[in-house]
Design a binder for this molecule. Structure first.
Ligand code: SAH
Ligand code: SF4
Ligand code: F3S
Length: 457
């Protein structure tokens, strides 16, 4: 049987799609390279905002014709929305064959093989599930995701994630280090460590700062990135590792959410704006080349115009390289949905959102344009999807850079002189190759049967 997985949501889900495909491959399932070829279509879903779920439900409707054309075709919904909606998903979309939550992926081969008339729903939590012994199927290349943590122990009031992914569990450090060594032996040299609050990682004496240093020092690892840290517990030790380890990316995604302490309290983010600024200050002091990005929510319960203006000013003052900006979306199960009033009118949310998007876009463009005329070091990660003559990579501070590939190959460190910039990309030409990599074969995600659903926003 051939399987196609379509992924929605955050990087954790992208990594989970590779995990699911690995579990299925180990059981004899093959990758489908298109919808037509698939015997099983799995949507790995997100529930973080209403729009994310609406889009996936729309996508499910679009899949009806495939089901009609191919009577045996199975459609499954897994991931966060599967856990969120559970049985009710079957009532909403009658032709779904199975629903599986984030802790149920080991059961997928059996669920698919035992195909029943009635849809199967498996959404129970398993607080011990770390998928130990399962090998994800990754497209060959330079970059690899490594999940070091599942679930989340925070209780941000707006957020559904802990309610669909369960409590925090950390993968033993020894397993993470083994996996990274194995990845290096397969040609991967850029590793991104993933967790909902990665810096709360702890395994015995090994905290996140120590783990990060150990991963960065593995022979053959050229660059380590991580996402997302929480401002609470963003320690001096971690700042020191980022500043001093040459193979750790000089880039931190540090979600602020709001610059109003009243809002931060209502959100239960457990830090103050001043505390957050102190981390930013130290990061920039210890590591002047650091790039910082953030997440912001506007229009959360009770947000006054004054609260909002503080957040807007913080975006201007902090000069983030980029920011993911959201209007608050009430999620059932969340604490806010149960105990607070979603009282900011949609027009106000949308106006605030549009304003800050506009502001951030200008800042990002200025930040990126400040590189024009400069030479930067870039690790080549692949070729442009639009034009295979162009190489694509990232700078040490995680700026996507495009340039005519010339002799540069995936895995190489090259020097690029920047000629122009958009608010998301640097464009230039290669001036020299600094260090040859091992030029792994680059595969598209579809080669392993995974595709990305359209991104939200
Ligand atoms: N664990 C990560 C965030 C994961 S969700 C962290 O704590 O940083 C990614 C982002 O989605 C959050 O940072 C937040 O900005 C946004 N988000 C989460 N729930 C939301 C909601 N109900 N409405 C709007 N945005 C939300
Ligand atoms: Fe959600 Fe907060 Fe956990 Fe992030 S830290 S996943 S925002 S509850
Ligand atoms: Fe990620 Fe969405 Fe789940 S953001 S953790 S896929 S709810």
């Amino acid at each position: 049987m051939k399987v196609l997985i379509e992924t929605y949501g955050c990087q954790m889900n992208t990594a989970d799609s590779e995990l699911i495909m690995g579990i299925l491959n180990a059981d004899g399932f093959e990758a489908a390279h298109s919808l037509d070829e698939a015997d099983v279509i799995i949507l790995n879903t997100c529930a973080v905002r209403e729009k994310a779920e609406a889009r996936i439900l729309g996508r499910l409707t679009n899949l009806v014709p495939f089901k009609k054309l191919k009577p045996g075709l199975m459609i499954g919904v897994v991931g966060c929305m599967a856990k969120h909606l559970g049985e009710s998903l079957i009532e909403k979309v009658r032709y779904v064959d199975f629903v599986a939550g984030p802790d149920q992926y080991r059961n997928l081969p059996a669920i698919i093989k035992n195909k029943r008339k009635k849809a199967e729903v498996h959404v129970e939590f398993d607080r011990s599930e770390l998928y130990t012994g399962c090998t994800p199927t990754r497209p060959k290349g330079v970059t690899a995701w490594v999940s070091i943590q599942r679930g989340c122990n925070y209780v941000c009031t707006y957020c559904i994630v802990p309610h669909v992914r369960g409590v925090e569990r950390n993968v033993p450090a020894i397993d993470i280090l083994d996996e990274v060594r194995r990845l290096v032996s397969q040609g991967f040299s850029v590793i991104t460590l993933l967790g909902q609050t990665v810096n709360s990682y702890q395994d015995g004496d090994i905290n996140f700062a120590k783990l990060l240093r150990m991963v960065a020092q593995i022979e053959g690892v050229e660059q380590v990135r991580f996402t997302s840290p929480h401002p609470l517990g963003f320690s001096d030790e971690l700042i020191d590792v980022i500043a001093t380890e040459p193979h750790v990316a000089k880039f931190v995604h540090l979600p602020l959410q709001s610059a109003s302490n009243d809002q931060l309290k209502a959100m239960r983010r457990v830090y103050t704006f001043e505390g957050y600024l102190e981390i930013v200050r130290k990061l920039r002091e210890k590591c002047p080349e650091i790039a910082i990005s953030t997440d912001i929510i506007v229009g959360f319960c009770g947000e006054t115009e004054e609260d909002y203006l503080k957040t807007r000013q913080a975006l201007i003052d902090n000069r983030y390289a980029f920011a993911f900006l959201f209007a608050y979306s009430e999620r059932s199960l969340s604490i806010a949905a149960r105990t607070m009033k979603d009282d900011i009118p949609n027009e106000v949310k949308q106006r605030r959102l549009a304003e800050i998007i506009d502001i951030q876009q200008k800042i990002s463009k200025e930040v990126y344009e400040s590189f024009v005329g400069k030479r930067v070091e870039v690790i080549v990660e692949g070729y442009s999807r639009r034009d295979a003559e162009n190489a694509v990579g990232n700078t040490r501070d995680f700026k996507t850079t495009i340039f005519p590939k010339g002799d540069a190959e995936p895995g190489d460190w090259v020097e690029v002189e920047i000629e122009s910039a958009t608010s998301q990309t640097l464009v230039g030409h290669c001036t020299r190759i600094l260090k040859k990599g091992r030029a792994p074969v680059i595969e598209a995600q579809l080669d392993v049967g995974i595709s990305l659903g359209p991104t939200e926003n």
